[in-house]
Design a protein around this ligand. Structure first.
Ligand SMILES: [Zn+2]
Length: 211
């Protein structure tokens, strides 16, 4: 990422450390199997999270997107098709940003302001475009690498570690265009989730959505 891009887009990586809170975020969904599994766990525990969804996957699974919103989670755009933004011209990148948002708004009927760029990358011009379109761009500051081939529930839990107030945790309820097909199985993330919640609550942190 261009070193000035985060400032131009007003990128956030962590919460204001005002309140003892952390945020769990899920990228690349919805997935027909694993997103409902994540939602079931969150619902059973009364936890809210933030989902950065891919527009084309949202169009394939609109009911899951509506469920995300109905259960009180925050919904953000993760572009329309999850491209590598460094390969796109500015007009093509802008089209991705706008189309991705439109796809979600068509499903939920609600405005979408949150955005996360695929792989956390964007350049200066794209950052300016995001800001001009009123997006709030979120990265993360804790990555347990649940996207990596061979990740297990233990490695995910260990990667999350002892969280600090304000942490934003990157998780995946799907993997768009996986480098290794095995990572399409999100079982390790789903299996780690209850223990992650236990640990966060034991530390006295509230789990909040991004805004
Ligand atoms: Zn992604």
């Amino acid at each position: 990422m261009n070193r000035y891009a985060p400032r131009v887009a007003a990128v956030s990586r962590s919460l204001a450390p005002r309140d003892p809170a952390v945020a769990l975020t899920f990228d690349d969904g919805p997935d027909v199997t694993f997103t409902p599994a994540v939602l079931d766990i969150l619902s059973a525990r009364g936890i809210r999270a933030t989902f950065f969804v891919v527009g084309k996957r949202a169009e394939e699974n609109p009911d899951i997107v509506r469920r995300i919103v109905a259960e009180g989670h925050a919904l953000g755009s993760h572009t329309a098709s999850h491209p590598d933004l460094w390969e796109l011209s500015l007009p093509a990148a802008i089209a991705e940003f706008r189309r991705g948002r439109r796809m979600l708004e068509a499903i939920t009927g609600q405005p979408v302001r949150l955005f996360r760029p695929p792989k956390g990358w964007m350049n200066l011009e794209q950052a300016a475009g995001l800001r001009a379109f009123g997006f709030r761009t979120w990265l993360w500051n804790v990555d347990p690498e649940d996207w990596a081939p061979g990740a297990t529930s233990e490695s995910v839990l260990q990667g999350v570690g002892q969280l600090q107030s304000g942490d934003v945790v990157l998780l995946h309820d799907a993997i768009e265009l996986p480098i290794d097909p095995s990572t399409a199985n999100r079982g390790a993330t789903v299996a780690a989730l209850p223990a992650i919640i236990d640990q966060v609550q034991a530390q006295g942190f509230e789990l909040v959505t991004l805004s």
